[in-house]
Write a protein that binds this ligand. Sequence first.
Ligand code: 6PG
Length: 251
Amino acid sequence: MRLPDPALSIHPDRASVMHALASHVVHRARTSISERGRFSWALAGGSTPKELYELLASPEFAGQVEWSRVEVFWGDERCVPPNSSDSNYKMAHEALLSRVPVPPSSIHRMAGELTPAIAAERYNAELRRAFPDAQYPETPPSLDLILLGMGDDGHTASLFPGSPALQETRDWTRAVQKGEQWRLTLTFPILNAGREIAFLVTGAAKRTMLENVLNAKGDGCPWPSAGVRPTQGRVTWFVDREAAPQSSTGC
Ligand code: 6PG
């Protein structure tokens, strides 16, 4: 079955990408809340999304979202305490969640402070509780929006090239080791069940990899970002001109 091509939303610079993506998040929130009574959103980590989260918390956008209906999850987390400067939770809390009225019970944090395998199992259980209609593990929940970044090695969330987690077909969350650091990540089964995926990629350093990923055909590609191919959902890449593809390569 041919999957729909991902949409490419190219903007002149980093600030305009953030503004376009913030507007898109607002639109998805409104649509999801209108259709299902809530907006389930998995946040991305790293550094790029901080600017997006701060913009969503700003007076220009904060009043446009019914935050009491938003359920926040994470696509991945580093196995560090929530007050660590490496914590994706800490970054999102400071940039957004401490500034908008998402109910604490709707903030589904990955417990990076726990033993990785236990934290992964706890998050699988958290997802089962948050999505009681989903059948674990064969029918993952469809989050309304999954925000992802992409590394210049093609990784996304904490799905890194060559990782055994790329082959996971059951668990929705896995603990993975990257060098000395352990991380927690959502896996392809739940990512590819998403109603909508938005990648946020900026900067010239990612252009070559973005070209490779966008032109990837089939399953043999070594780049995990190319494995995000939702069966029903839509993928949109929000990129600046520096990161935008100039030619086609791919595997
Ligand atoms: C993380 C992220 C990771 C990130 C990419 C891109 O925990 O580091 O989840 O997957 O999205 O590394 O990061 P930047 O967008 O900050 O370059």
